[in-house]
Design a binder for this molecule. Structure first.
Ligand code: NI
Length: 393
């Protein structure tokens, strides 16, 4: 194992600058969710030039690369997401986005460069490998439908025994990683509620049914579900993001549309929330003579890490970074990540890669127009993923 580690770190040392160049290239040409075509061809070219097997798909821009040393053995999978966000970059960087209104503001350029760099490093030592590795480059992580379901449908987890993924994390300095056993990120669902009233002259409200008043009562009541119907020990969020309705100041509004998101970390709570919401809306509409339409879409599941895989991650990462630099994050966060879908099928672990460097200004929160990743974190990510791959063989 010592010799293997040495070969891995040597290969990564040689490839570190290349990985940074690859990230900068991706950063200057970000592509939105579902539109990652140029990114796909860029990665495909690099992987093929190194003699790594690459597979594309019909209907989306995902890519799977793999190193197979023994076809009888399963694969360990490393996953990256490739999509960017509809944000105008405000960083003055030589590699800042050249696409108007599109930016890698979540660090997926770094994830892609790290997994690609790890692929190149492991491929250079392929005659020393005792097992197989698959590299999953996934499209469309940032949208509610999530690209991971397409990748899974297309067989990216076939014959996979374990999966690992990471996410850039500006709340930890470069050189540290964050881990968590059990649920790390919440499930993310969406809903849409329409309230139907009856219009009338605003001066004669008794002749109509005021959809705005009914909505205001429904909004209030929806906000009481978490505080009064759910065990306070089970975190949940019901947030309304949009409200649309009404046409004129002197007309009683007959139609309002609300949209929002629900986040939970507990299966039972997740299952019960849609019913609680509908009962609440229905009761108010009945009492006010209004009608409603309720639509709830289950999105990505929570990210639930496998405890044994987290132990393995912490062991490997500590051997590289020191145990003081492997931070137990303790609490889940209510953000979502479609990596959860892979973890429903295969044991694995998702972890945070520290990317904060105050001097370089890389401690800005994700989805901000000044977000950036410390390039020095790429080698850390490559080494940790490389060790996880070697240790899983
Ligand atoms: Ni992200």
């Amino acid at each position: 194992m010592k010799a293997l580690r040495h070969s891995l770190f040597e290969a990564i040392g040689d490839l570190e600058t290349r990985a940074v160049t690859i990230r900068h290239e991706l950063h200057s040409h970000p592509e939105l969710s579902g539109k990652e075509e140029k990114t796909k061809y860029f990665l495909k070219g690099i992987l093929e030039a190194e003699g790594i097997d690459v597979f594309g798909f019909e209907g989306h821009h995902g890519l799977v690369a793999q190193i197979t040393v023994d076809p009888a053995k399963p694969y360990v999978a490393l996953r990256a997401d490739m999509d960017a966000l509809p944000i105008e970059e405000r960083n003055a960087l030589p590699y800042a986005s050249r696409e108007k209104g599109v930016m890698h503001a979540c660090g997926h350029d770094a994830h892609t460069a790290i997994v690609l760099g790890t692929a190149l490093a492991l491929n250079r030592m392929r005659d020393k490998l005792s097992g197989n590795v698959r590299f999953i480059f996934q499209p469309a992580e940032e949208v509610m439908e999530g690209g991971s379901s397409q990748m899974i449908e297309d067989g990216c987890l076939d014959n996979v025994s374990a999966i690992f993924g990471l996410h850039a994390y500006p709340y930890l300095p470069t050189g540290k990683i964050g881990y968590k056993k059990g649920v790390m990120l919440a499930s993310a669902d969406t809903f849409e509620i329409e309230i139907f009233g009856r219009s009338s002259h605003a001066a004669r409200p008794h002749e109509g049914v005021d959809a705005i008043l009914v909505t205001s009562m429904a909004v209030n009541s929806l906000n009481h579900i978490v505080s009064r119907q759910i065990d306070p020990l089970h975190p949940a969020v019901i947030s309304l993001g949009t409200i649309e309705g009404g046409r004129a100041p002197n007309v009683i509004c007959d139609h309002v549309r609300l949209r929002g998101t629900v986040r939970t970390v507990n299966h039972d709570v997740r299952r019960r929330i849609p019913e609680m919401m509908e009962i609440s809306v229905k009761g108010i509409c009945q009492s006010m003579h209004a009608d409603y339409r309720f639509r709830y879409d289950f999105g990505t599941p929570e990210v639930r890490n496998d405890d044994a895989m987290v132990d393995f991650l912490v062991r490997e990462a500590s051997s590289l970074l020191g145990s003081e630099n492997c931070i137990d994050l303790v609490d889940p966060v209510m953000g979502g990540e479609d990596f959860g879908r892979y973890l429903e099928k295969v044991p694995g672990a998702f972890f945070r890669l520290g990317t904060c460097n105050e001097i370089k200004g890389t401690c800005v929160a994700q989805h901000n127009s000044r977000f950036n990743v410390d390039d020095d974190a790429l080698a850390v990510g490559m080494k940790v993923l490389g060790l996880l791959a070697l240790g899983s063989m």
